[in-house]
Design a protein around this ligand. Structure first.
Ligand SMILES: [Cu+2]
Length: 126
């Protein structure tokens, strides 16, 4: 009888030990801070100017949104509306930026006045 009792106590100890380890692992997992999901291409209101291109070339925002262009090229560019919305950054220096708030709903093309092959489009939704 004594050996059986000994085995029983050993098994009970193992189960308690495994439960404790499992509890600690779960607690650690719960405490792990997950990084927030990141959007590819940065914030939804940001346009990057790089390699003589606006990226993304088409951006869709809600009315009232400030759209921000950042010039990551080594040369100057402009952000100049060519449609109904009148906006013009003037010359944006390398590492400089420009912002414009779009309040009207519509489709607003723009270009770089220095390199007129550079085109972009801002679509503004209600
Ligand atoms: Cu340009």
């Amino acid at each position: 009888m004594k050996p059986i009792r000994y085995l029983s106590e050993t098994t009970g100890f193992r189960i308690r030990a495994i439960s404790l380890i499992a509890f600690i692992l779960l607690a650690l997992a719960a405490c792990t801070v997950m990084p927030p999901p990141t959007q590819a291409g940065g914030p939804a209101n940001a346009v990057t100017i790089k390699n003589f291109a606006f990226t993304p070339p088409i951006i869709t925002v809600q009315a009232g949104t400030l759209v921000i262009w950042s010039n990551n090229d080594g040369v100057q560019h402009t952000v100049t509306g060519t449609g109904a919305e009148v906006f013009d950054s003037g010359h944006v220096m390398p590492n400089g930026g420009f912002g414009h708030t779009f309040n009207a709903v519509g489709n607003f093309p723009y270009q770089c006045n220095i390199h007129t092959g550079m085109h972009g489009n801002v679509i503004v939704t209600p």
